[in-house]
Design a protein around this ligand. Structure first.
Ligand code: ACO
Length: 326
């Protein structure tokens, strides 16, 4: 039977790195908001994030990450027959960021391209979707990207949210294969929690109706995230007939170090088995998991044949896990 497996990873951070100290200075002088490096580090584990310049869109970040993944996979871009971009910060209302990316990569083979909207679970949702399309034989080689410019959604007068997020992109090339690959996924959503984490706006008559800023009940998100993440990981493990103790690496959504540590502990894993990038990236939403994956692949921590658990959780509320043999 057919499987799908990752044959290359890539990622990209916009060059402007903003430390907590610099952000605190900007917030204080430009927005009259007080925060500190100590508060942010202690509550979240974040020390810095990257912000894209105003003219740079999610598709631009996606392009850089995709080029690196395609280079690592050593494939002809024209051989890609499916592009999925997970993003909550698309360039436009339409067309999809995936179509814009296809064009920016010069892929002229008319392959399928669409966006996946599951906020911070977006990459895991997109990977599971691509896996299904490859396994079923509908497609052969997929480019799966998480790309975000979350800085555009931040209300810099709201210190409870604006210190948490950053911009970036990560990508994988996934290929239909006789050997695994992705072993199992589990995806969930609970739309009754819409208001917990949202950007409750839309365009109507040429103006934004509602709010174009990110709103979050941080403590409610924290509690929900901690309660679902180890469960969904166990669900994926069970589907594949595996146990948590077999995992080589846990690659969770990078939102808050305390949520990540709690999940790691609940799964009975030592902290050394978790890939952490939140300190340098902040929360990059759908980009966080592929950014962390690529970081650990490139520095040699993740080796071929190892068992990886990827996890996402975010607005919707959505959450999911993918277990794979790298
Ligand atoms: N700097 C300084 N003080 C602050 C800041 C800040 N940036 N933000 C809040 N405070 C203050 C609050 O005003 C409050 O002060 P008070 O006690 O005088 O009222 C105090 O710090 C404590 O605030 P809490 O909200 O209780 O802080 P908490 O420990 O819960 O941490 C946080 C807040 C970091 C947001 C935490 O709840 C959290 O991480 N939640 C999860 C958020 C998350 O992961 N979101 C992403 C999910 S994924 C996605 O889909 C995007």
């Amino acid at each position: 039977s057919l499987h799908s497996r990752i044959i290359g990873t890539g990622s990209y951070l916009p060059p402007r790195r903003v430390s907590n100290g610099e952000l605190a200075h900007i917030l204080s002088t430009e927005h009259g908001v007080e925060t500190s490096d100590a508060w942010i580090v202690e509550r979240t584990g974040i020390a810095a994030r990257h912000f894209a310049d105003a003219h740079v869109a999610s598709s631009d970040l996606a392009r850089e990450a995709a080029l690196r993944a395609i280079e690592a996979a050593d494939v002809d871009p024209q051989s890609i027959d499916l592009i999925i971009v997970a993003t909550s910060t698309p360039d436009y209302v339409f067309p999809s960021t995936a179509c814009l990316l296809q064009n920016k990569l010069g892929i002229t083979n008319q392959c399928a391209a669409f966006d996946m909207q599951a906020v911070c679970s977006g990459f895991v949702y997109a990977l599971a979707t691509a896996d299904g399309l490859l396994k079923s034989g509908v497609h052969k080689r997929a480019l799966v990207v998480g790309a975000e410019t979350f800085s555009r959604l931040l209300d810099f007068k709201d210190r409870t949210t604006c210190v948490l997020f950053g911009d970036g992109a990560g990508a994988v090339v996934l290929e239909a294969s006789g050997e695994p690959g992705i072993l199992a996924s589990a995806l969930h959503a609970d739309g009754s929690h819409v208001g917990m984490l949202c950007v409750p706006g839309n365009v109507n008559g040429g103006v934004v109706q509602g709010s174009a800023f990110l709103h979050m009940d941080g403590q409610a998100v924290f509690k929900l995230a901690v309660s679902v993440l180890d469960k969904v990981a166990r669900e994926a493990l069970e589907r594949a007939g595996c146990e948590a103790g077999q995992l080589d690496w846990l690659i969770p959504h990078q939102a808050n170090i305390r949520i990540m540590q709690s999940t790691c502990k609940r799964l009975g894993l030592p902290p050394e088995k978790m890939v952490v990038t939140v300190h340098e990236h902040g929360n990059t939403s759908a980009a966080s998991v592929p950014l962390a994956l690529d970081a650990a692949v490139r520095d040699g921590r993740i080796q071929r044949g190892q068992l990886l658990m990827l996890e996402g959780v975010g607005g919707g509320f959505t959450w999911g896990a993918t277990l794979l043999r790298y």
